[in-house]
Design a protein around this ligand. Structure first.
Ligand SMILES: Cc1ncc(C[n+]2csc(CCOP(=O)(O)OP(=O)(O)O)c2C)c(N)n1
Length: 336
């Protein structure tokens, strides 16, 4: 396994502040929608990303607008880190026609193809073949675009993962797989669904396919950013796919309403000591990159933004029932 590369250059202060801002936006969006879900304003299921903010943020900071990504059932953080609009995201969660998918997708199916966000996905591992297709397309068109797929450790047991990475390895596709190891697959701990030989290093699943393997601390946004930069650089230059395991934890249940009976006593509290939304602002303030007041301003500005997003969602209309069949069937597209 190749380890994370040495830091070649200092990360610019502005980039560090941008990453903090993104993490604050993800945490605030999710904390607010968590409350609105509890108030029965939001229908369907809600799988929160709280605790994993450093992963989406660090990965997306290393991408450019021309790259592609696919997401999971726990996708709000990926969408926000990609720069999607929180008004349209909130509206989608509320089932309103002003949402990204006209309110017909909901929390698990936010997509914005124009932004390279090829879709969150309720099917475990469902995004991986889509990203592999985007990577194949980039290679065939001879661009230097890369495709990134986020997935949980549960996806490693799915055939879709193995088929995709087998193909990506053979064709040296510009594909990055980001394993978000949050210690659980639904309500099942890692040791119950991975063999002992994989527990310390889930990238071992990529070994037969010859991908570059990187393991990184998923609570450390800068470590995630730097590891992703290396993998992106390799993919852009024809060096083929990588698998990056980000080791972290989710602070909330699998979905809202989960009793979390399976968590051992004290485990959550221990991981919360490493909450990136505490450690990173402390670090930036300690190093003089940001002041306490500057941080308070960021928090206030984002709080107002999310409050507005919720108002936008509440005040939007539901889609006309006539739209039920729109966007469902293909017209065949342009024939070559
Ligand atoms: C193909 C498929 N099988 C089962 C499910 C039900 N399911 C939804 S989430 C989940 C667990 C996913 O665990 P993981 O991939 O580790 O992601 P995490 O929830 O930990 O972020 C399961 C089994 C599903 N949605 N799709």
């Amino acid at each position: 396994m190749s380890s994370q590369g040495e830091r070649s250059e200092e990360i610019a202060d502005q980039e560090r502040i941008d990453m903090l801002r993104t993490m604050v936006r993800i945490r605030e969006f999710e904390s607010v929608v968590q409350n609105k879900f509890a108030d029965a304003e939001i229908p369907g299921f809600l799988h929160l990303y709280i605790g994993q903010e450093a992963i989406a943020t660090g990965v997306c900071q290393a991408l450019t607008e021309r790259d592609y990504l696919t997401s999971t059932h726990r996708g709000h953080g990926h969408c926000i880190a990609r720069g999607l609009d929180t008004d349209k995201m909130a509206a989608e969660l509320y089932g309103k026609e002003t949402g990204y998918c006209n309110g017909k997708g909901g929390s698990m199916h936010i997509a914005d193809v124009n932004a390279g966000m090829l879709g969150a996905n309720g099917i475990v591992a469902g995004g991986i073949p889509i990203a592999t297709g985007a990577a194949l397309s980039a290679k065939m068109r001879d661009t230097d675009e890369v495709a990134v797929s986020f997935f949980g450790d549960g996806a490693l047991s799915e055939g879709a993962f193995h088929e995709s990475f087998n193909q990506a390895g053979i064709w040296e596709l510009p594909l990055l797989g980001i394993i978000e190891n949050n210690q659980y697959g639904e309500m099942t701990g890692l040791e119950e669904h991975h063999p002992p030989s994989a527990l310390d290093d889930l990238t071992i699943y990529g070994e037969p396919y010859g991908v570059t393997r990187i393991q990184v601390d998923g609570m450390d946004v800068e470590a995630v950013y730097e590891a992703t930069l290396d993998a992106v650089d390799q993919a852009r230059n024809g060096g083929g796919p990588s698998l990056i395991e980000c080791v972290g934890y989710r602070f909330e249940g699998h979905h809202e309403g989960d009793s979390q009976f399976y968590r051992p006593d004290g485990e959550l509290e221990e991981w919360k000591q490493r909450d990136p939304l505490s450690t990173y602002p402390e670090k930036l303030i300690g190093e003089g990159v940001l002041t306490e007041d500057g941080y308070a301003e960021i928090e206030a500005e984002i709080e107002a933004e999310i409050e507005d997003a919720i108002e936008f969602a509440r005040n939007s209309d539901y889609p006309d029932p006539q739209q039920a069949y729109e966007g469902v069937f293909s017209d065949g597209g342009e024939q070559a």
